[in-house]
Write a protein that binds this ligand. Structure first.
Ligand code: CP
Length: 339
């Protein structure tokens, strides 16, 4: 059994597949309510630089179910804006530096957890996850990534748990399609990256389907291929959505932005207007092998996927959302150890 106490949980690829499996084994025990797990006396401090429905409520409720104290700070509302740049003269809008906030919060909390979306101007800068990296550098308490520019590892945990449920624990070789979908906004790469890594840890036969110019980050693709080589999985790319859907057993839809147009939204949307329709429809799902439909939520109905797909019995998005609770509770217990 692995020991992850004291470590940050920032990216799935920082962990061995066996360590992730170990967390999920506990998550399944928790979902079956086999016994009561207690983190009495522990405090989980969450900072949200961006809004959230699932992540915030599942962590707050999960912490309370474990007898721990959750503290939620919405940055810009409950806490003021934090500066992250080193050596800056702080005569602007941010009255406190992350360096100081992280050190103070580490004296109050046993775990810090941070959500910070990218600024979407420079991917080179965003992929360094400057806010999360600053917390990691200065906090003495372990840190959880609640979604950043590059990864959403808690979503990835719940997604792998859901894949395991769909396939009765045996995910190896299962045909899983991660498909790009349209959206009204350019969205970060975090969820598709984490799902890809999670499915690779599950040993799935993965097809990433997207229009040209919507490649995922090459470093993450390489990590996924490396993991898949060890788990018996496989990672392919297709630019033909219908072809990718044929015979699929799971379809995971998500919109993400184009790295080629990063920071140039108007250019990206002009390009998107030239594409065929990538919305997931019942007609497209009919090409699959009765695939389960997955999405992290929130979802724009009839933009990303139609009502017919979302309201179908084969849609497992609420099961996925519920699994956030079990997977994160297991993560907290593994990171802190029981009292
Ligand atoms: N999937 C997810 O992280 O949802 P929220 O943005 O509502 O937290």
């Amino acid at each position: 059994m692995s020991d992850i106490r004291g470590r940050d949980f920032l990216k799935l690829a920082d962990f061995e597949t066996a360590e992730i499996d170990d967390i999920l084994k506990l998550a399944f025990e928790m979902k079956r309510e086999q016994r009561h797990w207690s983190l009495k006396g522990k405090t989980i401090i969450m900072l949200f630089f961006n809004s959230s429905l699932r992540t915030r409520t599942s962590f707050e409720i999960g912490a309370a179910q474990l007898d721990a104290q959750p503290v939620v700070l919405n940055v810009g509302q409950d806490a003021w804006n934090l500066e992250w740049q080193e050596g800056v003269i702080m005569n602007g809008n941010s009255p406190e530096h992350i360096k100081d906030a992280a050190k103070v919060l580490s004296r109050y909390g046993d775990i810090l957890a941070v959500r910070s979306f990218p600024r979407m101007q420079s991917y080179e800068q965003d992929r360094q996850d400057p806010i999360l990296s600053s917390f990691s550098k200065y906090a003495s308490a372990p840190l959880i990534n609640l979604e950043s520019a590059v990864e959403h590892p808690c979503q990835g945990l719940a997604d792998l748990m859901t894949l395991r449920e769909i396939f009765n624990q045996n995910t190896r070789g299962k045909k899983v399609v991660l498909t790009w979908a349209p959206h009204v906004k350019p969205l970060p790469l975090a969820v598709p990256h984490s799902f890809l890594l999670a499915a690779a840890m599950g040993g799935c036969d993965i097809t990433v389907a997207h229009p040209r110019k919507f490649e995922l980050e090459e470093a993450v693709m390489q990590q996924a291929r490396k993991i898949a080589a060890k788990t018996g999985g496989n990672v392919k790319v297709s630019h033909d959505q219908d072809e990718a859907f044929r015979g699929a057993e799971v379809v995971y839809a998500k919109s993400w932005l184009s790295l080629e147009h990063y920071g140039r939204m108007e250019e990206e949307f002009a390009y998107r207007a030239t594409l065929p329709n990538w919305t997931v429809t019942e007609e497209k799902m009919a090409l699959t092998s009765r695939a389960k439909f997955m999405h992290c939520l929130p979802i724009r109905r009839n933009v990303v996927a139609t009502d017919g797909v979302l309201d179908h019995d084969d849609c497992v998005v609420y099961q996925q959302a519920e699994n956030r609770l079990h997977a994160q509770k297991a993560l907290l217990v593994k990171m802190l150890g029981e009292s």
